[in-house]
Design a protein around this ligand. Structure first.
Ligand code: NAP
Ligand code: ZN
Length: 355
């Protein structure tokens, strides 16, 4: 039973400003990695820039990370980072810029190698990574994972390297500019992390404490997602971070495995693509005592109540029959994708996870 969580976390309002001196002292020159728009609108990018300006520390901004970032974008940022001689990377935004920034840190530290090393099992150095999340979903601010779009494989895949951020600056006020859809999709992602970590081959009494706590916190806010106030935003940001701590120890399971083609092929946002499988996943465990505990922590009486809640939140998502079957068949053939589900599963059960 091992716990490893090396990220220094500050979770508080204005923490980028308050901890700006620690942020700026992470290295000599930073690359700030962010998305195209939202970090400018919610103040997170400006807060990071202000910290560097105040400390007189040089930095360069790469603000071209797309949703579900691609290997190609990572390589474009690497070229700039190498040219600018940066020695640490700060990711600002949702899971997409945060994941991209981990991969960029690895590629800058290894300027002579090609993108294929992202998916090779070799030990390589990487630059220190600091994360400033602006969604309450992926938990990427504390996880070692980075999921990139691999256009050549027509899907998304986690890179082989585990890159824990050295520091996470988590300010819930950045969440306030989210649209209702972004908030709901990302919160459902965090919920999926909590459930898939609790119901997981790698789960044990010690690491389940993260999920249990996160699910109990979720029960307090689950009916306020369409009318969040400050206290809800604060709770959501901590739920997502705790959910990240949970999957950092166990990984995710079948809903995440099944979601990637749905996102790649249909453009369904990550949290929504995972959420459509979540009710079915919990039901797979209905004869096991631990799934009743999950329902109980969340404050649901039964499986149908939970599925109905998700359906109301996410709306109808139409997945063509052909994709449902192909996706189930591909996951069924891929032992790595099945290994975090501790029991035998049939292709038919995988197809029916959609409900
Ligand atoms: P995202 O792809 O980072 O962002 C989705 C959208 O939300 C973008 O349009 C973004 O705008 C916008 N946005 C972000 N913060 C906002 C804010 N505060 N206000 C308004 N709009 C905001 O979404 P995400 O769900 O956080 O991340 C999904 C990615 O993370 C996927 O690639 C997924 O595979 C990955 N993921 C990683 C882990 C992990 O452990 N590392 C776990 C689960 C998922 P801009 O583009 O303008 O910024
Ligand atoms: Zn996820």
């Amino acid at each position: 039973m091992n716990i490893y969580l090396p990220t220094l976390i500050y979770s508080e309002k204005d923490c980028v400003m308050k901890r700006g001196n620690i942020l700026a002292s992470t290295g000599k020159k930073a690359m700030i990695v962010t998305g195209k728009h939202s970090s400018k609108a919610n103040g997170s990018l400006q807060a990071v820039v202000d910290a560097f300006e105040k400390a007189g520390k040089p930095y360069v901004i790469f603000d071209d990370i797309e949703e579900n970032p691609s290997v190609e974008t990572v390589m474009r940022a690497r070229d700039i980072g190498v040219k600018e001689q940066v020695d640490f990377v700060v990711g600002v935004g949702g899971g997409s810029p945060l994941d991209a920034c981990k991969a960029i840190s690895l590629m800058i530290a290894n300027p002579l190698v090609g993108a294929e090393v992202l998916y090779e099992n070799v030990m390589l150095p990487y630059l220190p990574v600091v994360t400033v999340p602006t969604t309450a979903g992926t938990g990427s601010e504390v996880t070692p994972y980075a999921i990139l779009t691999l256009h050549q494989n027509k899907t998304k895949k986690s890179i082989s390297h585990k890159i824990y951020p050295v520091m996470a600056l988590v300010d819930y006020t950045y969440l306030k500019t989210q649209s209702e859809n972004v908030l709901i999709n990302t919160v459902v992602d965090a919920l999926a992390h909590l459930i898939e970590s609790y119901l997981n081959t790698n789960a044990n009494d010690l690491n389940r404490m993260y999920s249990e706590q996160g699910l109990r916190m979720f029960s307090q806010v689950k009916d306020s997602l369409r009318k969040p106030d400050d206290s809800v935003y604060k709770t959501l940001s901590n739920i997502a971070m705790i959910a990240g701590m949970a999957i950092a120890h166990t990984g995710t399971s079948l809903p995440h495995g099944l979601s990637y083609s749905v996102t790649y092929e249909l453009g369904v946002p990550h949290g929504k693509a995972v959420g459509i499988y979540l009710g079915g996943y919990l039901k797979l465990y209905q004869n096991k005592e631990e799934s009743k505990r999950v329902l109980d922590f969340m404050g649901f009486d039964d499986y149908d109540g939970f599925s109905a809640y998700l359906k109301e939140l996410l709306g109808d998502v139409q997945i063509p029959e052909e994709l449902v079957k192909r996706n189930a068949a591909q996951i069924f053939e891929n032992k790595a994708k099945l290994k975090n589900y501790p029991y035998d599963v049939t292709k038919d059960q995988l197809e029916k996870l959609l409900g």
